[in-house]
Design a protein around this ligand. Sequence first.
Ligand SMILES: O=C(CO)[C@H](O)[C@H](O)COP(=O)(O)O
Length: 220
Amino acid sequence: MSTARIHPSILSADFANLERELQRIHTADGVHVDVMDNHFVPNLTLGKPVVEALHKVSELPIDVHLMIEDADRWAPEYAQLGVDSVTFHVEASAAPIRLARELRAAGSKAAMALRPATSVEPYLDMLGELDMLLLMTVEPGFGGQKFLDLVLPKIRRARAAIDGSGKPIALQIDGGVSRDTILRAAEAGADVFVAGSAVYASPEPSVEIDVLRNLALGAH
Ligand SMILES: O=C(CO)[C@H](O)[C@H](O)COP(=O)(O)O
């Protein structure tokens, strides 16, 4: 893998000190912001006001991951905040192609996420509408879960399809990324890695990010 980008998830950060927590990950390639609505997933985090505040103080690109129902209604509003990318779940969208086009028209990159049990094959024909595909490697909702190796074949199939498309579509994974798991995910073809607990549990998150990136770059 020639590139490996690390996007720490602030789900594992200290929510009382988010600006300071951004400074602790200054070596990252982006910051992953998990928006949860307590309906699509059984957890509630933050919404537009906090994303807007983070965008104002962050020197890193903001990667918003919406784990919310009715993505068609809400995702464009996040794109209008000026963030780098907005990821919606295909399971929460009635019209993913139209939504991806709306996100790009609003000025953000368009990204689509799949739960671990959602097959990627029905969506391969719409890859060209996306700047990034996110394959969840845990059931969405909580940090600190175990990496699901059963997603590795899906990562390989998505990598083959992306390479075949000839388009610069990023392949992100999220969940259970650590020193123990990142290499096999990179070998399967992922090139953007969301890591929450592995980064923020470290006494030196900025160093841990470099360690994870170097491990991923070791993939052939
Ligand atoms: O989307 C998420 C959970 O739904 C988080 O981004 C993800 O779980 C990161 O946490 P960890 O690295 O601790 O698994």
